[in-house]
Design a protein around this ligand. Structure first.
Ligand code: PMP
Length: 305
């Protein structure tokens, strides 16, 4: 990965190599931690963080769901992220921010109430999550054997570290089978989400994405829905079955890291023309206009650093 100069840790900026934890940190053993993934883009007016407040709020809400108290307010954490971008003196097109909280050293055993909460934010330059070529030509997606855990045994709406074991197993299987990303169904057999992104498809000119019944309440998904509606594209949120996916006219993934990544093939079925679709391309370029500050209508989503 690309190292940067500083990491914000428990209220202080520390040198990248000094941001360390004890091997007996509670989260390393029992998996209760929460993360965010936020992105800053280099606009004409310098770096701007996209939907900063929404991401920080989701971090605090994820922590509430997993019974962890982050001792910083949304405002304090927003400020830490702004200062971190400034202090690191980045130069690339975009910077990924990873705010997170975990349980540190001092308590063993599953009961975590007395384990100390540690809070940190790291930032680094990161290229296209699913590859530059994938952004233009589309990627190959596999519906994997793993399903998203049922709502009765996990909390899919929390951006909880523990949920990413399921994502990791899914992603590994997809790549091992020659695909680039995994699509996970829910325990009822309907599309939930990809291992680290939301799923959209187009059928007869209508944009369809599943409700967040068993998936992260994605900020990019919300942005894409708003953008599509403003462009006059009809949007439906409904359950999607495996059969629906196979006969889609277009498909794409969305997420802070994935941005808008076209899908050209799913489980050996070519999607549409087997390349980036027309509506996908329109939304993709619209999204980049927004995050790079070229569309004034959405300027309220940008926090200039
Ligand atoms: N689902 C999962 C499992 C994810 O990890 C992500 C990435 N954060 C998303 C969806 C997309 O969420 P967002 O648009 O808020 O980045």
């Amino acid at each position: 990965m690309n190292a940067a100069k500083y990491i914000w840790m428990n209220g202080k900026f520390v040198a990248w190599d000094d941001a360390k934890v004890h091997v007996l940190s509670h989260t390393l053993h029992y998996g209760n931690g929460v993360i965010e993934g936020t992105k800053a883009y280099k606009t004409e007016r310098g770096y701007a963080i996209f939907r900063l407040n929404d991401h920080t709020k989701r971090l605090k809400e994820s922590a509430k769901m997993t019974l962890m108290e982050i001792p910083y307010s949304v405002e304090e954490m927003n400020q830490a992220q702004v200062e971190l971008i400034r202090k690191n003196e980045f130069s690339g097109d975009n910077v990924y921010l990873r705010p997170f909280a975990f349980l540190g050293y001092g308590v063993m055993g599953v009961y975590h109430k007395d384990a100390p909460v540690e809070t940190a934010v790291a930032a680094w330059e990161w290229g296209a999550y699913l590859g530059e070529e994938g952004m233009k030509k589309g990627i190959k997606l596999k519906i994997v054997s793993m399903t998203r855990p049922a709502n009765t045994s996990n909390m899919g709406k929390a951006k909880a570290v523990a949920n990413y074991l399921n994502s990791q197993m899914a992603k590994y299987e997809a790549i091992d089978c020659g695909y680039e990303e995994a699509l996970l169904l829910d325990d009822q057999g309907y599309v939930a989400e990809a291992s680290g992104a939301s799923f959209f498809m187009v059928k007869n000119g209508v944009l369809i994405t599943p409700p967040n019944d068993n998936s992260l309440e994605s900020i990019t998904q919300k942005t894409v829905i708003e953008m599509a509606q403003n462009m006059g594209i009809k949007v439906e949120r409904k359950r999607i079955s495996r059969e629906d996916v196979y006969i889609a006219d277009e498909a794409f993934l969305t997420g802070t890291a994935a941005e808008i990544t076209p899908v050209r093939l799913i489980d050996a079925r070519e999607i549409g023309c087997g390349a980036r679709g027309e509506i996908t391309e329109k939304l993709q370029s619209g999204y980049f206009d927004i995050v790079f500050g070229r569309n004034k209508e959405y300027d309220h989503y940008l926090t200039y650093v």
